[in-house]
Design a protein around this ligand. Sequence first.
Ligand code: PGA
Length: 248
Amino acid sequence: MTIVLVGNWKMNGLEASLDEARQIAAEAGDASRRGVSLTICPPATLLARLSEAVAGTGLSTGGQDCHARVSGPHTGDVSAEMLKDAGAAYVIVGHSERRADHGETSAIVKAKAEAGLRAGLTPIICVGETRAEREAGKAEAVVLAQVEGSIPDGFASGQFILAYEPVWAIGTGLVASPQDVAIMHGAIHNFLVGRFGPIGATIPILYGGSVNAQNAAELLKTAHVGGALVGGASLTADGFLKILKVIA
Ligand code: PGA
């Protein structure tokens, strides 16, 4: 299966960052021949310009969030259709920063994932436990409840991607151990197969949380890890392409 490498720029990036994207795009064709798909999810303000700048290179783009509705009186929000119109192929939904900062429940995340599918985007649905939940021995239960509550009802309506991102590993330099990742990804995999049958096994499950060129190779070797969602290390072409180099 193709390895899915996604950069999440979060609330970072101005016009000058387009150069980083162009440098990443220059490697996208070769990456694809080596079995890795590259995607950058810039802030909404850069999505259209970045998509134009990398058009035809094989580097895909995505939004970081979307509203569940197509259009309407929702000041400040962006719909999945608008992301698609701006050139996106993907949309991240349910990132823990949105679950925490904006009170997004799994029901809201599911509606956003369905909006992504409706617009012809591939949703990247994020799940992950907090440190307190892990220390209380509840990590697997919390994550599987998020998966169950956040994924679209029918698989037939389109493909989606899951991203397991332990909250305590995001932006902290702490990375889940390969053993813990294997256990969690195995549990998510089993859940998806239980829900969707054999086709559930084809849903990529990315790992995210302080992924960089030092730890990516080992993480990507772990069973049921289909790629990585990368924050900080994706902000420069150098950081992102170094990860590419160690995984393929
Ligand atoms: P990080 O962020 O790589 O900076 O930890 C990952 C994410 O939040 O997607």
